[in-house]
Design a binder for this molecule. Sequence first.
Ligand code: PLP
Length: 374
Amino acid sequence: MKKIYCDISATTPVNESVIDFMTSIHRSTFGNPSSIHKYGQESHIIIEKARIETAKSLNCHQEEIIFTASGTESNNIALEGIIKPGYHIISTTYEHPSVMNVLKSLEKKGTDLTLIKPDTDGKISAKNIEKEICENTKLISVMYANNELGSINNIKKIAEVAKKNQIILHVDAVQCVGKIPIDLNELKIDLMSLSAHKFYGPKGVGALFIRKGIDLKTILNGGGQELNLRPGTENISGIAGLGLSISMACDNIEKNIKYVKNLEEIFIKQLNSYKINYILHIKDRLPGVITIGFPNIDGQSLLIALDLKGIAVSFGSACSSGTTKASQILLDAGIDENLAKSTLRFSFGKIHTEEDVKYVTEQLSIILKRLGAN
Ligand code: PLP
């Protein structure tokens, strides 16, 4: 049976060249990067090379990048590192749990929290953020693109609002890095989180951009690694894998976008030619991410039927799957409850071919007929 993984937003397979590179590092370089001897220095050089590659890919300075153990950890270090009691934070109702749960826990400790809902286009309006700013607002945290909807926020506008009001801006860009160009010299973001496993790098390694002049308090205690913000002996091969995979993604970004957009077009064309009844929720979205409702069809049943045919997609985000409730994120974006329950996320990337997409739509049309779609 054919196996087609259409869940690039959940995670990606690791680039072959990254596997080879990481394996060679595992074999050859094991010194502790903090050691003064040559073994240590060899490891240190590998980490600094990855820092340069990461900074170059995002157009920032290498001193502004720290490596972490995940996107989750980057979000925790950024938010907990900034917030002090009495601060007011503005964020959104649709943040990933690694942001939302930190904010909720800070709220319990006395932080004032305002959450903005997305508009029906799935985006957070800069105007709505501006309306909520008060004297104590010290942080705005908005994700770059939403993991369930695929909608992309206008971070440039949100950054302008933040700068005008001298408020620090944190952006969870985990879904975006490697999918759309990000220029941190142009975009006035102060803190930005990313994660290697979303751009064909290894799992368990992330990074945090911290703009020069932004002071974070330490939330993890240990040695002085990574500016004392992420202590612990570094994951040398993982960091090297992040460096190589971010370069591969960002050096070829326009070409990759064009390739993936073509797959998306074929997907939609095929749905139309099979006369499938569907509703595409978000128009302006991340390349390759298609969040789509099939009216009167149970999304979970469709997901399972596709899985039995070797096609992997997602219902809600991977983190909230296992529940049969409609996704709150879809509901907040104005999608009706029944349609939200009929919605799946297909996400395509560079691993897919046109034939893969055609196979997926062919199977989809057969299954939908069987499930009684009209
Ligand atoms: N933020 C967003 C928007 C995500 O989609 C994810 C993962 O799915 C994360 C953060 C967490 O990243 P990680 O899996 O590296 O902890």
